[in-house]
Ligand binder design. Structure first.
Ligand code: SAM
Length: 293
């Protein structure tokens, strides 16, 4: 093992080494600054229009084979937030890994969908776009400031028919039922650290997140229709926030729906059927599992 692993907090070093014995070094090497990536917002534009406008403004970019709306900006990433595309909500700046949960949830017109922990709304707006604006989405967020940011993003992205609720998802009415639920859970962010930059991650944070994640997951399963699908995701790589949460859902009677990774996504070994994206120069570390009630 190389010395690079010395650059992350000691407790995390121990956990990565214990949980990914042959991959810890690869993980840590991937904790680097990533190029800017964005999603064409098909509620207001199209991938073709965005590609043409980016080209016209002199941006050099790459398309992703697994998602036509995803773009990676090459070279110097100047001024994208000054562009008309950005101001008009025709694009949304979003990491590649975080585009995966809505793709797997595959929302359709008329389906009732709950985004349990939704701010700032990147995945909510993507869910809306993927359904052509025709899924019945409820977006729940506890934090007042983040909720405000989400409302702004929903409006700018043209996701006008989303029902936004500023509330604790744990307190949602027990009698509500949804066809599909996204639980993009609050997490320690262990997959998104950048070597050399300050981090607030601590054993206490991991423990608190793990507890809350299991509570939210149990609540999500209650709010799901029988046969409905819940997509659980985090931007952490720690088993206590990922596989252990999944185990708690399986113990409560849910079943795992195996996920097949699209071509070109860097993966770590993990529980069969779930996906753990390895951080690298493009992707942030991320975990996904799909559960059926
Ligand atoms: N899905 C969002 C996106 O793509 O833009 C990111 C969600 S972020 C990982 C988790 C969010 O959960 C945070 O905004 C946090 O404030 C919120 N949150 C934490 N506890 C919550 C709770 N009990 N109920 C609702 N939201 C909660």
């Amino acid at each position: 093992m190389s010395d690079i692993i010395e650059e992350i907090p000691a407790f995390l070093r121990e956990l990565f080494t214990k949980e990914y014995p042959s991959e810890a070094d690869r993980i840590v090497r991937g904790l680097v600054r990533r190029p800017l990536t964005l999603r064409a917002n098909t509620l207001k534009s199209s991938a073709e229009e965005v590609a043409a406008a980016l080209k016209g403004s002199g941006f050099s970019f790459e398309r992703m084979p697994w998602y036509r709306d995803a773009f990676l900006l090459r070279g110097e990433q100047r001024d994208i937030e000054e562009s008309a595309l950005f101001a008009e909500g025709k694009i949304y700046l979003q990491s590649l890994s975080s585009m995966l949960p809505p793709l797997f949830l595959s929302p359709a017109a008329g389906e009732s969908i709950l985004d349990m922990t939704a701010a700032p709304g990147g995945k909510t707006t993507q869910l809306s776009a993927l359904s052509g604006g025709r899924a019945l989405i409820t977006a729940c967020e506890k934090d007042k400031i983040r909720f405000g940011r989400m409302k702004f993003n929903l409006a700018r992205q043209g996701a006008g028919r989303v029902n936004a609720m500023q509330t604790d998802a744990l307190k949602l009415d027990e009698f509500l039922r949804f066809d599909k639920i996204l639980l993009d859970a609050p997490c320690s962010g262990s997959g998104t650290l950048v070597l050399g930059e300050e981090t607030k991650i601590s054993p206490k944070l991991v423990e608190n997140c793990a507890r809350l994640q299991k509570q939210l997951l149990q609540k999500g399963l209650k709010l799901l229709k029988k046969g409905g699908i819940l997509l659980y995701s985090t931007c952490s790589l720690l088993k206590e926030e990922n596989e252990e949460a999944v185990e708690s859902a399986l113990s409560a009677g849910a079943t795992l729906v195996p996920l097949s990774p699209p071509e070109g996504i860097p993966l770590l070994t993990g529980r069969a059927g779930t996906l753990t994206v390895c951080p690298d120069g493009r992707f942030e570390g991320f975990f996904l599992a799909m559960l059926r009630k």
